[in-house]
Write a protein that binds this ligand. Sequence first.
Ligand code: GLV
Ligand code: GLV
Length: 318
Amino acid sequence: MNVYITRKIPSSAKELLESKGINVKEYPKDKPILKEELIRNAKDAEGLISLLTDKIDKEVIDSLPKLKVIANYAVGFNNIDVKYANSKNITVTNTPDILTDATADLAVTLVLTCARNIIHAEKFMRDKKFEGWKPKLFLGYELRGKTVGIIGAGRIGIETAKRLKSFGTKIIYYNRSKKIDFEKELEAKKVTLKKLMKTSDIISVHLPLNDKTNCLIDKEHLDLMKSSAIFINTARGEVVDEKYLIRLLKNKKIFSAGFDVYFEEPNVNNELYKLNNVVILPHLGSASFEARSKMAELCSQNIINIFNGKRALTEVKI
Ligand code: GLV
Ligand code: GLV
C-alpha cells in the first residue's frame, strides 16, 4: 500500500505508517504542492494525507484512481470535495478534538491581546519609548462582566467559552442546535446571530466553512456591533465579510479585531497591515507541539484503519 503526504508534517505520521509496512512518499518542500505535481506524485497512492492548503477537488480525485482514503491534516475540511470523494467510495477524515485546546487557547490569546493593546505596548518598549508608569498609557478593557458571543458552539467554541467564563464573563452563543450541557455548565444562552452581534462585547467565531456559513456574518450583522466590541476569528476567513469588517475597523466603528484566518488565504488584504486596531496572526490555531504531533498520528491511524477494512476513527460526516 502507498501513502502520499503533500507536505512535511511531524515524522510520527510516516513512522507509524512505515511500521505497518506501508510505503510513504512525501512532498519534500515546505510550501503547498502544485495540483499537477500532486496528481503526478500521488497517482499510485491508496492513501493521501492532505493539508488545508491543498484543494482536493473532482479533478484531483478523478486523477488518483487507487485512492481509498483522504486524511486531512486539519479539523476543517472545506478544501475537499467530500461528497464527490464519498461517491467514489473514498473515505475522508479530519483531526477533531486533539486541536481543540490549542485553538481555544489561541482565541483567548487574541481576545486578551486585543483588549489590552499588547502588540502596540510591546512595540513601544522595543522602540525605547518607555519613560515610566503613566496613568493613561495604553488603557484597554477588562473581561469581567463582559458578554462573550460565541458564534458556532462546537468543540472549539465551547472550550473558548469555558476559558473566557473563568474571567467572569457572561456567555451567549449562536448555533444551529441548542447545546444543553453547555448551557448548564456555563449558564450560556442561545440567541439569534443578530442579537449576539448587537449585545456582545467580545465576539469569537468558531464556525466550520460550508455553503451555509459562507459570508454568514455579513454587512448587516457586522453593522450591529458595539463601538467597544472586539471581534475574533480563528475559524475560516470566508465566514465573514472581511472587506466590510476592515471598513468598520478603519472608521473606528469597533474597538479591535483579531484575525488568525483570512478571506483569500494565503493572501492577506493589504488594508489589514495599515490598521492599528487589529492583531493579525499567520493561521496558528492548531500550532502547538502537542496538537500537531497528535494530528499527524491520527491521520496515519485513520489510513491504517481503512487499509485494514476497519472504520476510520474520525471520518468526516457531511
Ligand atoms: C485549521 O484551521 C484546521 O482546520 O485544522
Ligand atoms: C471543531 O472541532 C469544532 O467542532 O469546533
